[in-house]
Design a protein around this ligand. Structure first.
Ligand code: SF4
Length: 202
């Protein structure tokens, strides 16, 4: 895959792009960029694996729903994340045409990525790149969502069988809204894609 095609497409869609070989290099960059700020996190396995909470909370006020003890606390922290100056999350898939795709059960990750912040970062491993938007949506539903359901030990058919989406009617279903970012949202000053040439997250 020619990564430059994706980078050019993202830039054409009005995103800033920074490309790194490793998650550690990307974490060093974010550590330098974000200092003394109030920061909100989307719920992201990629960001957890990069230890971004530990690094950024040493010199920023960071709200991360992943640090919550129970669902009430999760929702309380997730709400705070909607109005922070800086917001970081990941995506479930990205197309080579520069689309960013996310699926969400609660909606905090999606809501935070659309509005209410001065700057939004999407932190993404190149394993999430698909050739087309159609394939990116397919990946979101059949790769990312089942793995996320498994991560949370949910009683959904995708988590139990681990192969694909069954478009379930389970009360544990995590696929309630699907967003496709076609271009940068107008009222977020800057949206930067941190692209990392590694397999990260789902
Ligand atoms: S709709 Fe249900 S089966 Fe499909 S990925 Fe989401 S939780 Fe799993």
């Amino acid at each position: 895959m020619d990564i430059q095609i994706t980078i050019d497409a993202l830039k054409k869609n009005r995103y800033s792009v920074s490309f790194f070989q490793t998650g550690e290099e990307a974490a060093d960059y974010l550590d330098r960029q974000i200092d003394g700020k109030v920061v909100g996190f989307g719920d992201s396995a990629t960001m957890s694996s990069m230890k971004l909470y530990e690094r950024l909370s040493a010199h920023n006020e960071v709200h991360d729903p992943n640090q919550s003890k129970d669902n009430d606390e999760f929702l309380e922290i997730a709400q705070k994340c909607l109005t922070t100056e800086i917001y970081l999350t990941s995506v479930n898939a990205m197309s080579q045409e520069g689309h960013l795709v996310n699926i969400d059960g609660t909606g905090n990750r999606i809501a935070g990525s659309l509005f209410g912040h001065k700057k939004v970062y999407f932190v993404v491993g190149t394993n999430k790149i698909e050739p087309t938007l159609e394939r990116a949506v397919w990946r979101t539903r059949n790769i990312a969502a089942p793995k996320n359901a498994k991560r949370y030990n949910l009683k959904t058919p995708c988590a139990i069988k681990g192969d694909k989406c069954y478009d379930c009617a389970s009360p544990d279903r995590i696929c309630n809204a699907l967003t496709i970012h076609l271009k940068k949202m107008n009222d977020v000053e800057d949206v930067e894609v941190i692209l990392i040439d590694q397999e990260l997250g789902f």
